[in-house]
Design a protein around this ligand. Structure first.
Ligand SMILES: [Zn+2]
Length: 250
């Protein structure tokens, strides 16, 4: 599950990783907290018309990436707040889709290490996603009316934070960077220099792929909340690989 502030964040963010994992058999779901109703240059733009356009653009982009669906939470663009109302909406999404992993903005990035300010909505969406994942989604007593209504608690095991100043894992997205660029083209209202889009995205992905020596990479900060059964020094998986002499298991 990818949780973002605006339509287009997921496609400027971890879309190539999402496409790769979906191709590998994962099911993906995209949650946009706002519909991007302030994403224009003209103060006379009708924000509701812009929101409808941007939702359509995001649905087209999501079809390119291969998500099973998209949810829009219809929070105000530019005024997104990590309040209890947003947390409940996100817990509903998490308990309905029941993801193993959630991809979200790194909420600790106020300033990007390579320059610029991280949008307030990105930070709010990031911290809201983290707070919804842990502990609210897994605690049956958080928003207890949800569990009573059949939305059982759910444990998300991992967070992958994008646009982070402190990446810890790198994903080879050489096979899916083209899908990300195609998805971005669907956000026509937001792409100012479409002719330069592919070049810019390839350059960005090349930079993020450098640490692992691939042509295109996504750099992410991984937070493991619960280890998988085959992880950790005392796990059965490690014992099995030692017993059969396979060795070298990362
Ligand atoms: Zn954004």
């Amino acid at each position: 599950m990818v949780i973002v502030a605006h339509p287009d964040d997921a496609d400027f963010g971890p879309a190539a990783t999402a496409a790769k994992w979906i191709d590998g058999g994962s099911a993906g779901w995209l949650v946009c907290c706002t519909s991007g109703d302030a994403g224009g240059e003209d103060p006379d733009t009708d924000p509701l018309a812009l929101a409808a356009l941007r939702e359509a653009e995001q649905r087209a982009a999501a079809a390119v990436v291969g998500y099973a669906g998209v949810s829009f939470l219809h929070q105000p663009d530019g005024a997104l707040a990590n309040d209890l109302a947003l947390r409940e909406l996100l817990v509903r999404e998490i308990r309905a889709f029941r993801p193993d992993a959630v991809l979200a903005n790194d909420p600790e990035a106020i300033f990007h290490s390579d320059g610029g300010v991280n949008h307030t909505d990105h930070r709010a969406a990031g911290v809201a996603a983290v707070d919804a994942v842990y502990p609210a989604a897994r605690n049956p007593m958080a928003f207890p009316w949800l569990a009573r209504a059949g939305m059982a608690a759910h444990r998300v095991r991992r967070l992958y934070l994008f646009w982070s100043n402190r990446p810890t894992v790198w994903v080879d997205v050489s096979a899916t960077i083209g899908r990300r660029i195609e998805a971005l083209r669907a956000h026509a209202s937001q792409i100012k220099e479409p002719d330069r889009l592919a070049e810019r995205m390839h350059a960005w992905a090349r930079e993020e792929g450098e640490p692992i020596g691939v042509a295109a990479g996504d750099a992410l900060r991984l937070v493991v909340i619960d280890e998988d059964a085959d992880e950790g020094p005392d796990s059965a998986g490690e014992a099995a690989s030692a017993a059969d002499g396979a060795g070298g298991t990362p």
